[in-house]
Design a protein around this ligand. Sequence first.
Ligand SMILES: C[S@@+](CC[C@H](N)C(=O)[O-])C[C@H]1O[C@@H](n2cnc3c(N)ncnc32)[C@H](O)[C@@H]1O
Length: 207
Amino acid sequence: MGLFLKFINQTRKPEGLLGKIMLNGMNFGHAKCADWGLSRLPAARPAKILELGCGGGRNARAMLAAFPGSRVDAIDVSPLAVAKTAKLNAAAVAAGRCSATVGDVAGTPLPSGAYDLATAFETVYFWKDLAKCFARVRDALAPGGLFLICDESDGTDAAARQYERMIDGMKSWTAPELEAALKEAGFSAVRTAHHDSKPWIAVVATK
Ligand SMILES: C[S@@+](CC[C@H](N)C(=O)[O-])C[C@H]1O[C@@H](n2cnc3c(N)ncnc32)[C@H](O)[C@@H]1O
């Protein structure tokens, strides 16, 4: 595998030096889309947030700032990503407002009924058995809790096909595919916002 392919494959589980570079790049490169996705949430002040596939922790930091008094528990399959998230949010970790833990959405035990908001920025592309993962997220939410999925790709853009060819196991889901899997997992009131000029989507589902 060439260097570029090795680098781009770091998106699914950052490791080593290339993973470090990728985590910095994602913190910078995903920020605008993530902020747009967060702006699609209905007005609410979530107190307990589960940040899934946290990458470099920039979005955990953004939510800690956007929701004063909230607590963010971040998980990621990559120990490197978890370390970066903990470092970036060190003050919040020390204050008991943030945790960063190695975990897989598909299998790591999550507390039941504990969260007001669960977030998944640019990560569901890599989740195996989407409906099963979504059912686990639903279980972790309190009644009325929200699940935000935010992706730069709506699964129909040319870039999505290109990335799918280059990145092992990646799948760019379309909005109808995500909505169907969310409903299968028992979510109600599933709504997708599409960006005006980019293929960005923000799907908000309610438990
Ligand atoms: C493209 S990166 C996005 C990172 C960050 N959310 C962002 O927007 O910059 C995808 C992240 O999801 C993580 N990931 C992939 N599959 C996962 C799973 N099943 N459970 C938890 N994290 C996962 C990867 O390790 C990686 O850090």
